[in-house]
Design a protein around this ligand. Structure first.
Ligand SMILES: *[C@@H]1O[C@H](CO)[C@@H](O)[C@H](O)[C@H]1NC(C)=O
Ligand SMILES: *[C@@H]1O[C@H](CO)[C@@H](O)[C@H](O)[C@H]1NC(C)=O
Ligand SMILES: *[C@@H]1O[C@H](CO)[C@@H](O)[C@H](O)[C@H]1NC(C)=O
Ligand SMILES: *[C@@H]1O[C@H](CO)[C@@H](O)[C@H](O)[C@H]1NC(C)=O
Length: 470
């Protein structure tokens, strides 16, 4: 009997100990979770552009219920550092709505022009909230405008014009501001996107500069050998910078582009748009990329060439494209009447056609000299060069909207042609190889110089990218 109460109290004590242990464990686990959350939430203040972290943060915003319902006025502060060239969501819209970049617009209406993608017709109403460098915060009305070349698909590249009229803010004041596109139906919701407003004012001394826009790389683009030839020929022809978008690339091409990026020749921007290509939106949302490129290059280049990586504009008299543009513009008087864009007619050079026995170098452009005898008509597969400051909206084959007073003109095939190097036939079959053709050795004018440059550049690239060439 004596030991019994003790035994009971012993067992009770043991139970109490276990409970206490569980209690402590509970707090330990809870504490670890809490600390992890705290650290994760703390870090986005650093401006390092970790996109993964940013996505997590967006999800956490989307999971949150709205605060300050019914209250007016105070906008919540930006949730993170502004980003450029990342597709960011607009939350609270009925249809998917993404924004990519923001530019100062001085020419048409005073505005910040946002490159976006959303429903082609009946897009959700949105407003813009802007945090100016002088610390003022404003809410702006918008105009949402589908970019014209949308092939009637459900989604389209879109402009959101954040209108400055009546706010007392001049376009110039928005340079470097942060801007967010917010669903008009939930204006007090914390912003889920934040863009840096980039300037578009042309710098001085860029009149003869030539930059190139290329639509997003996709299907794990992997033609390294050809790409070096393409880059080097365009450089010989006067191009000094290339804007490119990465939807998907092979690792060897990624390494090659990194080589050119380190030399300051390439801007490669991520392009992960969560809208299904070809089903919901025209090929990879390429019209958003072209128009992003138009505004991105505006302050930095006098001429912009919009071509694909299987195309080269070959002048037939001049040695370079800027020399050709100058010569073409000299026809017009006064000079202010000169066109702001030149369109080049397309001629297919099928790679399946025979190799030129007189090719002076082992290059695609030197071997493939047979082309369609009659180039396509203007605007049918044509590509173009333009003064970016004089264009408002561009498409794949021509300029859709010029700045007030500017015009386009076709270039006669005797002066330049768009050489389009492709396997053969648009829709399968071999019939297209029988179209009337002719041998055109314009490319041989550069073959020797090109061959030397391609060899030298490949030697350099191989040092950092051993897997790039076969
Ligand atoms: C804006 O606010 C920041 C932080 O409060 C301050 O350091 C800065 O001087 C302000 N700028 C202007 C132009 O008032
Ligand atoms: C291209 O994008 C893919 C997918 O986002 C990425 O994994 C890859 O690293 C990018 N390549 C380069 C060279 O940036
Ligand atoms: C052209 O030459 C290349 C390189 O020698 C070769 O691989 C290709 O098969 C040739 N093409 C034709 C159509 O003869
Ligand atoms: C474009 O040119 C090709 C070849 O000349 C022709 O078959 C086709 O009908 C043209 N397309 C349009 C839309 O004019």
């Amino acid at each position: 009997m004596k030991w019994r109460p003790r035994a009971v109290s012993y067992r009770a004590k043991e139970r109490a100990n276990i409970s206490f242990f569980i209690f402590i464990m509970f707090f330990a686990v809870f504490g670890v979770i809490f600390l992890t959350q705290l650290l994760l939430l703390e870090r986005p203040n650093a401006t390092g552009s970790s996109r993964a972290r940013y996505n997590e943060e967006l999800q956490s915003w989307e999971g949150r219920t709205e605060t300050g319902n019914g209250e007016t006025g105070e906008a919540p502060p930006p949730a993170h550092a502004p980003l450029d060239a990342v597709w960011q969501p607009v939350a609270g819209t009925r249809f998917r709505f993404y924004v990519y970049s923001a530019y100062v617009e001085r020419r048409t209406v005073p505005a910040v022009r946002v490159i976006a993608a959303t429903k082609t017709r009946g897009a959700d109403a949105v407003i813009c909230r802007i945090w100016l460098p002088d610390n003022r915060t404003l809410t702006l009305k918008t105009r949402v405008k589908a970019i014209r070349e949308n092939w009637n698909l459900k989604y389209s590249a879109t402009y959101v014009l954040c209108l400055l009229r009546g706010t007392g803010v001049k376009p110039q004041d928005t340079v470097g501001a942060s801007i967010s596109v917010v669903a008009a139906s939930s204006p007090s919701r914390p912003p889920t996107n934040l863009l840096t407003v980039l300037d578009t004012e042309p710098k001085s001394g860029i009149e003869e500069t030539l930059h190139v826009c290329v639509k997003p790389f996709h299907y794990s683009y992997s033609r390294s050998d050809w790409l070096v030839e393409w880059f080097e020929l365009n450089r010989i022809l006067g191009a000094s910078h290339f804007y490119m978008y990465n939807e998907s690339l092979s690792a060897p091409v990624g390494c090659l582009l990194d080589h050119y990026r380190r030399q300051g020749l390439v801007t490669l921007l991520p392009w992960k748009l969560p809208i299904i290509s070809k089903v919901e939106i025209r090929t990879e949302g390429q019209f958003a990329a072209f128009n992003d490129c138009l505004y991105r290059s505006m302050s930095a280049t006098g001429w912009l060439l919009v071509i694909d990586v299987d195309e080269i504009v070959m002048p037939r008299r001049e040695r370079s494209l800027p020399a050709l543009f100058t010569a073409l513009r000299a026809f017009y008087s006064p000079p202010s009447k000169a066109p702001a864009a030149f369109l080049f007619r397309n001629a297919f050079f099928y790679l399946r056609w025979e190799n030129d026995t007189e090719a002076p170098a082992p290059l695609v452009t030197a071997r493939k000299t047979r082309r369609w005898a009659t180039p396509h008509a203007l605007k049918n597969r044509s590509k173009y060069a333009l003064r970016p400051r004089d264009a408002v909206e561009i498409g794949n084959h021509f300029v859709w909207e010029h700045a007030p007073g500017a015009t386009s003109a076709g270039v006669p095939p005797e002066r330049a042609l768009l050489h389009h190097y492709r396997m053969a036939c648009e829709y399968g079959g071999m019939n297209c190889l029988t179209v009337p053709s002719t041998v055109d050795r314009t490319a041989h004018r550069w073959a020797e110089e090109l061959s030397q440059r391609v060899t030298a550049e490949k030697e350099q690239i191989k040092r950092t990218c051993p897997a790039t060439f076969t």
